[in-house]
Design a protein around this ligand. Sequence first.
Ligand code: PLP
Length: 407
Amino acid sequence: MPLFLPGTLDAVERALEPFAGLDAGTTSRTEEFWDEIRQAFRVSPKFINLENGYCSPQPNVTLGSLQDQVRKINETLSYYMRRQRADENMVVKRQLAQLAGCPVEEIVLTRNTTESMSVVIHGLDLTPGDEAIMTNQDYGSMLEEFRQQSRRRGIKCVEISIPLLPRDDEEIVAAYERAITTKTKILLLTHMINVTGQILPARKICDMAHSHGVEVIIDAAHSFAHLVYDIPDLGGDYFGASLHKWLCTPLGAGILQINRAKIQKIWPLFGETSVPEDDIRKFERIGTQPVWTVAAIPEAIRFHRMIGGQRKEERLRYLQQYWTNRVRDTPRVYLNTPAGRRACGIANFGVKGRSPQEVADLLFDRYHIFTVAIDMEAVKGVRVTPHLYTTIDDLDALVSAVREIAA
Ligand SMILES: Cc1ncc(COP(=O)(O)O)c(C=O)c1O
C-alpha cells in the first residue's frame, strides 16, 4: 500500500480528463473537479486548516517526488553534487522561467522570498540620505531589511499608509507617488498583501515610480502561482517569491528575478568575483543546501500546470468570496479585504468588540478552525486562507462560526 495516494500525476491527470472542456470560471464552482484535486492532498482531519497563507502543504505527488529525490540523491551524494546538480538546477530554472514568463538568464533559485528580497535590498548600492518607500502593510521582514539598511548605510525609510478598501487604483498609486522625493531610489511593493489579501495594481505603481526614476522591488510571496501573470507584465525591476506557498513545493524554495539590465548593479550577498558582474549566476554561490527540495520543484510545476493557473486562481477567489459574501452583512462583522478582483484566496475579517486573537482562539477552541490573528496598527482582524483542498462544508462551518461569535 503506497503511503500517499494517488501516487502519480498520471492518476490525477486521468481523474481530471472528464473536466477538460470546462472554462476556468465554471471549473471554479464544479465541486466534482475539486473533489479529485482534494484526493491529491493528505490533510489532517483533526481541524479545518484555513491558515494556508503561511505555507502550503505539498500535494502527495510532490511529497512523493521529494522522498524519491532524497533517496536517489543520497545514494550518490557527492557525485550528484559535483557532476549532476548543476545540470539539474538548470532544468529546474528553465521550467521556472517558463512558468514565470521571463528569460532563464534572469532567474536565481533561492530558499524563500526573504532571501530573494534580501539579496536585492542589501545588494543595492544605497548611500546616506537615499530614500526607500514602503507601507505599514508590507511584510515585517522586508521592513526590517530596510531598517537595517537605515542603520548601516544611513538611508531613510519612508513608511506610508495605503487604504484597506481603496476606491480605485489611482488612490493607491497616488499614495505612493506623494512619498517620492528627489532622493527616492527604491520602492517596495507587496503585490498581494499577506495580511489582508489585497492585490495592488503593480503595473501602474511601477510605471509611476519609473516616471520619477525610482526602481521597484516586488514582494510576490503570495501572488506567484496564485494569480496568473508573467513577471515582466508587473513592470518591476526586482522580484522575489516563495515557491513553498502557492506553487506547493517542499519547504525552502524561492525565486529571485532581476531584470537583465539591473543585474550588474546588485552586489551578491555572498562573495563571487569569478562570474561576470552582469551574469545572474553571480548570486548562486550560496553553499551547500537541501538540493532535493530543488529537485522536487518540477513535480510541483507539473501539478500546478495540470490544474491550470487560471483555474487555480478562479477557484481560490471563488472560495474566498463564498465565505466573505456570507458574513459581509453580519452585524458587528467587518472585512479588511476589498471585494471583487482586488483580492483572491486570502481575506481578513474582524468582529467589533473582540480582539483578533480572541476571535482566532474562539474559532480554534470552539469550532476547530485554524486561522491566524493579525493585530497590527494598520490591520486588525483574522486572516483566513483556504486552499485547493478546502471544501464548501469547511467554509460553511466558518460562516456559521463567525455568525455565532458575532451574535
Ligand atoms: C508578503 C510576504 N513577503 C514575504 C514573506 C516571507 O516568506 P518566506 O518566509 O517564505 O521567506 C511572506 C510570508 O508569509 C509574505 O507574506
